[in-house]
Design a protein around this ligand. Structure first.
Ligand code: AOF
Ligand code: ZN
Length: 333
C-alpha cells in the first residue's frame, strides 16, 4: 500500500459514516494532508448538508489553515462542479489553494461527471484519479447503479415457512404464523432504513395492514408506495400509488419510481408482485428469511432458483441473500 492508498483508505472509512442519511446523495469521505499529517477530515453526513470536502476544509484548525495552501486532498468521489443544494466543492478546493487532489471514483451524476476534474485542472491543480477506485465505487452501489442504469436499486424481500409458504393468515384457516423474531425484524427495519422507498401490492396492503416503518431501528423512514393496477378499495393513507395510469408492469413501476427521484426500492410483497420482479429479472439483491417450521398450506412463496451469495442464521431463522451484496449488508452475514 502506498501513501495515496493509505489516505484514501481513511477517506473510505469516513465516507461510510454517512450510511442511511445521504441518499439520494452518495456517501463521500475526504482527508486533507500537509507535511505527511492529516490536517482535516470530513464526510457527507446528510443529504442537503455540507459535502465531504466542505466538512473537511472546515475541520482544519485555525492554527493549521495556512497549511491548506499546497495541501493534498483525498476524496472518495470526484468533487462536484455544480450548484445543487450546496455550492461546488471543486470551486472550494480551488479557492482554498490546495496543490493536489486525489480522487477515488468519478461521479456518474450528469451535472458533475468529469466537470469537477476539469475545474480543478483548469485552476492548475494536480489531479490524480482512480486510487482505490473499486473500493470507492463499492461505497455507493445504489448511487452508482441509479445514475449509470437510470433505475432504482431493487431489493426483493420475503419471509417463508420451511415448506415454502409466504402467507401467514389467508388459506390457513386464519392461523397466524410469525416467521420473523424481534431480532430478525430489527434487521429488516435496518434494511428499510437503507432504502428510499418500500413497495407493496395493494391486496397485501389491505389484508395485512403492514406499517412498513423503521420503528425497531434508528433511521429514516422510506417513502411508501403501493402497486395498485385494479383500484382496490380501502387503501390506507400515507401511501403513494403506482399503476393507476394503466402503467402496471414492474418495469413501469420502476420507471415511475425513478421519475420520482427514488434511487432504491425494497419490494416486500405479496407473492405475485415479488414473482413479477423475479420473472422480469428486475432485482439487484434478494433476501429470503426461512422459519424453522412448516405451515402445510397457504400462499406459495415466489419461485426463485438461484444459489445464495451469502447465508446466515439468526434466532433459528436462515437468512439467504442472493445477487449483489452491498458492504453494509455483507457486514451482517
Ligand atoms: C461531492 N462531495 O460529499 C457529495 C457529492 O444537491 P447537492 O449540492 O447536495 O449535490 C448533490 C450531488 O453532488 C450528488 O448527486 C453527487 O453528484 C454529488 N455529491 N459531491 O463533491 C460530496 N455528496
Ligand atoms: Zn460537492
Amino acid at each position: 500500500m502506498n501513501a495515496d492508498e493509505f489516505y484514501m483508505g481513511r477517506a473510505i472509512e469516513l465516507a461510510r459514516h454517512g450510511l442511511g442519511y445521504t441518499s439520494p446523495n452518495p456517501m463521500v469521505g475526504c482527508v486533507i494532508v500537509a507535511d505527511k499529517r492529516i490536517i482535516g477530515q470530513g464526510w457527507h453526513r446528510c443529504c442537503g448538508e455540507g459535502h465531504a470536502e466542505v466538512n473537511a476544509v472546515a475541520s482544519v484548525d485555525a492554527g493549521c489553515r495556512h497549511l491548506l495552501r499546497g495541501a493534498t486532498v483525498y476524496v472518495t468521489l470526484e468533487p462536484c462542479s455544480h450548484y445543487g443544494k450546496t455550492p461546488p466543492c471543486a470551486r472550494l478546493l480551488v479557492d482554498s489553494g490546495v496543490g493536489r487532489v486525489v480522487i477515488g471514483s468519478m461521479d456518474p451524476f450528469e451535472k458533475v461527471s468529469g466537470r469537477g476534474v476539469a475545474m480543478l485542472l483548469e485552476a492548475g491543480i494536480e489531479v490524480c484519479t482512480g486510487v482505490l477506485e473499486k473500493e470507492c465505487r463499492a461505497i455507493n452501489p445504489v448511487f452508482m447503479l441509479a445514475h449509470e442504469h437510470m433505475r432504482p436499486w431493487i431489493t426483493l424481500k420475503w419471509a417463508q415457512s420451511s415448506d415454502g409458504f409466504i402467507d401467514k393468515v389467508r388459506g390457513c384457516g386464519g392461523k397466524a404464523a410469525l416467521f420473523s423474531t424481534e431480532l430478525t425484524s430489527m434487521l429488516v427495519h435496518r434494511l428499510r432504513s437503507l432504502h428510499d422507498a418500500i413497495l407493496v401490492g395493494s391486496r397485501t396492503l389491505v389484508a395485512d395492514s403492514p406499517r412498513l416503518d423503521v420503528r425497531l431501528w434508528h433511521g429514516r423512514n422510506p417513502r411508501r408506495y403501493v402497486a395498485d393496477r385494479t383500484g382496490v378499495n380501502g387503501l390506507p393513507e400515507g401511501f403513494e400509488v403506482l399503476g393507476r395510469d394503466g402503467c402496471g408492469t414492474v418495469a413501469e413501476y420502476v420507471a415511475g419510481l425513478y421519475g420520482s427521484g427514488i434511487t432504491s426500492v425494497l419490494v416486500e410483497g405479496g407473492a405475485a408482485l415479488l414473482q413479477s420482479f423475479v420473472d422480469a429479472g428486475l432485482y439487484d439483491m434478494v433476501r429470503v428469511e426461512t422459519a424453522p417450521f412448516s405451515l402445510g398450506c397457504g400462499v406459495k412463496a415466489p419461485v426463485f432458483d438461484a444459489a445464495p451469495s451469502a447465508s446466515t442464521v439468526v434466532d433459528g431463522r436462515r437468512i439467504d441473500y442472493y445477487g449483489t451484496l452491498p458492504w453494509y449488508v455483507r457486514a451482517e452475514v
